[in-house]
Design a protein around this ligand. Sequence first.
Ligand SMILES: *[C@@H]1O[C@H](CO)[C@@H](O)[C@H](O)[C@H]1NC(C)=O
Ligand SMILES: *[C@@H]1O[C@H](CO)[C@@H](O)[C@H](O)[C@H]1NC(C)=O
Length: 284
Amino acid sequence: MTSFHLLFTLLLVPLLSSTSRVILVIGADDYNGFVYAGCSQPRYDAGSAYEYSVDSVLTSLTNAADFTSYANFSSPSPPLVSGLLQCRSDLPLSACDSCVRSALSQLSTLCPFAAGAAVQLRACFIRYGNDSFLGKPDNTLLYKKCSADQGSGGGGGPDGSVSFIGMRDAAVGSLVGGAYRVGGAGYVQAMSQCVGDLSAKACSDCVSTAAGQLKAACSSSASGEVYLGKCYARYWSYNGGYSPSHVGHGDQAGKTLAIIIGLMAGVALIIVFLSFIRRAGNGK
Ligand SMILES: *[C@@H]1O[C@H](CO)[C@@H](O)[C@H](O)[C@H]1NC(C)=O
Ligand SMILES: *[C@@H]1O[C@H](CO)[C@@H](O)[C@H](O)[C@H]1NC(C)=O
């Protein structure tokens, strides 16, 4: 019985942990999921030269997204309108392209005729306007969200929330240097992304501001995200499993893969169990 139990544990634990990791990596994000949008008060007139400038910048953004994760453009003729796109730099360009197209397609509904606008989806950010934002640091808070579920739940240790906050602070604190960063501590993972027009110094300044706001605002929430003008930082946790708020956004591929791995684990268990029964039978 003991050896069977040991075998069971040895087999099951790696399978289960690899399953939850796969869900985190693949199913953690709905890449085109909406985060926030902001529109300027001033509007331009239909058919104006300004509209022509906006259209030319947005067309350039559409065309750029399938070969680069960061690009900026300015209108070829006055009035001057600039635009940029920034995708999560770790994702394939196909995801970037799809995300930017989705963001652009929502612009006319979200911000009709706005002189300037920004849209943040999970995997990409687009912005255009005549307010010369290009190349300038911007640590203004635009969007912040902390999950209602607490990080200490789901079978945490005896010192539950204290150690959770320690892990969260370490995970978020490890987001330094580089336009795209991932970090982690214990069962908390974190990531950050800067817009490509920032210098390395401005980027790390922005991310540490975002990290500070995450720590201050989200206390012991299981997940949180802070979006500033030119960067964002997020963290999420999985207590031996994964946070429900995250799986809620899971994409179909992630779910399917998780089901397949679950089935494989089940089949493996049945085989182990059958061979155990057989060996037990032979022993008699
Ligand atoms: C930007 O464009 C809007 C709409 O045409 C206009 O009202 C505003 O004055 C412009 N701002 C600048 C800085 O040119
Ligand atoms: C904008 O794009 C141009 C051409 O790709 C590039 O040389 C420039 O560095 C970019 N500017 C900023 C502020 O990112």
